[in-house]
Design a protein around this ligand. Sequence first.
Ligand code: NAD
Length: 428
Amino acid sequence: MNATTNAFQMAQRQFDHVADQLNLDQQVREYLRWPMREFSFRIPVRMDSDDIKIFNGFRIQHNDAIGPCKGGIRFHPSETIDTVRALATWMTWKCAVANIPLGGGKGGVIVDPATLTNTEKEGLCRGYIQKIWREIGPRRDIPAPDVGTTPQMMGWMMDEYSKLSGEYTPGVITGKPVGGGGSLGRTEATGFGVIFAIREAMKKMKINPSKCSASIQGFGNVAQYAAIGFTTFLKGKVIAVSYWDRDDRMSYTISLSKGIDPIFLQSITNQYGAIDKEKAKSAGYEIEEGTEWITKDVDVLIPAAIEGQINAETVGMISDKVRIIAEGANGPTTLEADDQLKKRGVFVIPDFLCNAGGVTVSYFESVQNDMNYYWLREEVLQRLDEKMTIAFQSVYEMYEKEKVFMRDAAYMVAINRVVKAMQLRGWI
Ligand code: NAD
């Protein structure tokens, strides 16, 4: 059994745990433990050398009771059908908790995109759509970018689908470039969504955000906009961010006790979220070990880099001052760490609620595509705020009513909504 098999087993275990608490019917469980539909296919691509190379691709549709499936396509060398199954399952819960009328899906190709030329990438993207186009669409399943795929690739895929279906269909795929059917506000969506969720948590906990400080892991897309939102919307102070340095093959924490300037740091950060530490140092920032971000005496921790970072080894390094952990990243906290956080009474805003801003604006993108009418950035962000606030409220109500951990409360809200939709449609 490898690590990727574990991802799907983990998704099933999390589901089983809450299904027990909800006393869910056995047959309903059997249905929801597995994807409803799975596609596995082989994609021939003509390489620049003129040879044909065969790639393995997947598209998994976990559940579409609430609406068409939604989820990214990953290009990754260690992609497996089990990773895609797990991610598709999590998308069902994420869309349900965000209360957007979409189900869960995910796709993948076993490939390292860095080994392909631009024409080979385009061939693979078009080949992927040629294999699956009859099974996707604005009313069936709407893919998006994910690890290893880009807005440009989504543009090629949308074009191929439009050619095959015989009509311009921008709503088949989201995450397209702005000007090519993309939505304004998508870049900021996940990070700002994290901040809207933190703001709501602080209201409930009667904490004044302008007196609060935060420390963030990562400085990529999610972390940058979380830092900007924390300082501008909440008027709080971010005292540390961190990043992975590819050249040094290690991570660093970049800190400033009086509060970082996220716009300045953004200006010295590359497209991979790596900060120019020499420039930061000259501007008076302290350069520390990568793990230092988690030890800071702050009110809020925002893991926004990679999975498994708050674990049995690191959970003890968290300061007693920390009251909120807002999971910007997917799966940043292990089950062992969750147990410790529960005991310590730290309020955790779980990933599939906290980072749902991205999928919410992806949904807005497909809505705008369907209408062929595009909103202003302010309008997108206003609607995002409303959606995140309502999503937070419903999970918080469940948390208070059932007296369970916020992660379990989010699962309960999501599973209840999917089960109700299945009942209303007469499936169960
Ligand atoms: P990104 O690639 O833009 O940024 C990742 C950041 O993490 C970079 O700054 C990188 O240097 C840093 N990093 C990597 N390893 C690190 C380490 N060991 N220590 C410290 N920093 C490290 O990615 P992103 O889009 O910001 O995504 C971050 C997380 O949020 C991922 O878990 C992703 O799945 C999740 N997420 C992203 C979105 C989105 O819309 N971008 C939506 C939902 C969830």
